[in-house]
Design a protein around this ligand. Structure first.
Ligand SMILES: [Zn+2]
Length: 298
């Protein structure tokens, strides 16, 4: 699984290449319009090369002569540039994206560092790699607090999930395991996917999966799920944990992640009490200490 940071760093090679092509193009264009400038630049280059030899020879007299020659050429050059109104930085590499200086991350209007809009492609790709290929239309900006009524409650849950993601939750600092419990048809999956996408947008490694899919996940993915910054497991239910292979896979993931204090959110329509009572024993034990994200005490 490739993280957003890896994807952006891979694309930097491409960015560097196009920067250099752009620079070459700009130089060619300026020299074509002003051959006089090219002539002076060639002369400056010659003087510098000759000076370099004089430095090796330790010939102080010659070095000085070349220094004076370059100064004179530079004065001429400045004049030509001014007369022809040439950008003094025409021969320098320029950023493709001024917003992020080609780093791929830029501060948003709210001041937080996020994936820059010039890396939209990498971001979408990362969402796909992170288990969200089927949810391309789910976007946090479309999450409406007032949808289905109870805007306060919906906002509270959204903010609690974001706090867990950002490590800001003051609700229960002892745990990194959270149960997000809400009745069916309340937009849990939508919100969970959006929070997971937000994590990636902030440069974190994150993954969204349905619990039952752990059964078919490859070894590499399962290893990634133990180490990534943020994990959301949807459709969590006691029955899923009783399915032997899922129970032990899940238990293993939770064990490694809680030991490293890496957040996991279990999304479920069931109440925490019910889950503690009915889940696979190993998981039930962990759930007892888990934090609860719910509108009312469930
Ligand atoms: Zn950018």
């Amino acid at each position: 699984m490739k993280t957003i940071k890896e994807l952006i760093s891979e694309s930097l090679t491409e960015v560097e290449a196009s920067k250099s092509i752009k620079r070459d193009e700009s130089i060619r264009r300026v020299y074509k319009a002003c051959p006089e400038l090219k002539e002076i630049d060639d002369q400056i280059l010659n003087v510098r090369n000759s000076r370099y030899i004089a430095v090796i020879d330790k010939d102080e007299r010659l070095i000085k002569r070349f220094d004076i020659a370059e100064d004179e050429l530079q004065v001429k050059r400045d004049r030509i540039m001014k007369i022809n109104n040439i950008d003094p930085a025409f021969d320098m590499e320029k950023n493709i994206c001024d917003k992020c200086g080609d780093t791929g991350f830029a501060k948003g209007s709210d001041g937080t560092l996020k994936v820059c809009s010039c890396r939209r492609k990498e971001l979408e790709q990362c969402y796909e790699f992170s288990g969200m290929a089927d949810f391309s239309s789910y976007k946090m900006k479309n999450y409406r607090d007032d949808y289905l009524g109870d805007p306060e409650g919906r906002k509270k849950i959204k903010n609690e999930l974001l706090k867990v993601l950002l490590g800001l939750s003051d609700k229960d600092a002892r745990t990194s395991l959270w149960v997000y419990s809400a009745p069916p048809q309340t937009g849990k999956t939508f919100l969970s996917v959006c929070v997971c996408k937000t994590a990636i947008n902030l440069g974190k490694s994150a993954y969204y999966a349905k619990c039952e899919d752990l059964q078919t996940a490859g070894t590499d993915t399962l290893e990634d799920l133990k180490r990534i910054d943020f994990l959301v497991l949807d459709d969590f239910a006691d029955s899923v944990t009783l399915h032997n292979s899922i129970g032990s896979v899940l238990n293993n993931i939770l064990e490694v992640r809680t030991a490293s204090k890496l957040p996991v959110i279990l999304v479920t329509p069931f109440s925490k009490t019910e889950l503690v009572n009915k889940c696979d024993m190993r998981i039930s034990g962990k759930l007892q200490a888990a934090g609860l994200i719910a509108k009312e005490n469930r």
